[in-house]
Design a protein around this ligand. Sequence first.
Ligand code: TRP
Length: 335
Amino acid sequence: MENQAPERKPRVFSAIQPSGSVTLGNYLGALKNWAALQDDYDCIFALADLHTITVRQEPAKLRHNTLEAYALLLAIGIDPQRSPFFLQSHVPAHSQLAWVLDCYTQFGELQRMTQFKDKSKKHADNINAGLFTYPSLMAADILLYQANFVPIGEDQTQHLELTRNIAERFNNSYSPTFTLPQALVRKEGKRIMSLQDPSHKMSKSDENVNGCVYVLDKPDDIMRKFKRAITDSEASVHYGEGKNGINNLMDIYSCTTGEDYATIEHDFAGKGYGDFKAAVGEAVIEHLRPIQERFAQYSGDKAYLEKCWNDGAEKAAHIANRTLQKVMKKVGFVL
Ligand code: TRP
């Protein structure tokens, strides 16, 4: 049959905070997957800039990080024609719905969030109300778009669980309003560990600069970091228990070349760790090269970036405002 309405794909929403340089761990663990999701889902992506000010930001740096993250995500393959991609602060509905949801979120629920507990320890001099209500803003992000799925890392599952509880509570108090979102567990993509302490996640806050690789690192720096990666004393490239360092390098190699573990073990049989580390460094450099080239193009074209995020905000606001209107009507605000 012709002229049949195309079937609506399930909707995915996700966001990241533009709070610093994007790490190889962010990329392989999550962002690479965002680009792939665009084929199977109706995707909406945002930079969660409102969330960043729950910890102090230097204004010029926040602006710089936001531009950089936006250009980098385009370089990674987010297609702003297909997937609205915007800055959270450009769509006021996020803040507006967050306030309403705050009033449907219990103090005790927020108090139980492990991220709140961790961050209040880390920033003991600035335990602000925004840090506390961070999850209801995140709930607003997701619920505004009636997202079916949210690709998230393990550290955000508790926030997504709370989002579902808030949505359910609201739906039960009034009538079905919000779609209950589910976590989208990634098919591929790994938790990438620090190169210096492979029992910990790769992180910008790693004390040792060689522990964390950034997507925009220069090839020489990438190679240096891989050559210095901590391994073990066995000197045999295979995946196994107690071999966190090698397992991590195999994961990185596998994610950047597409080779499986068996092939890697076969190809590096009889070779030392030195050869393998250099090969992983090379694989990462080659994988990132086209991304870095595209990044250089996009980040040099501010007019294009502005056009993309303005378009994205317009499309996003159109969807978000429909949900917000329903909510305002149901709670009894005069429209
Ligand atoms: N809290 C998320 C993080 O720090 C970022 C985020 C904000 C987010 N809003 C979201 C993730 C909505 C998924 C959906 O990683």
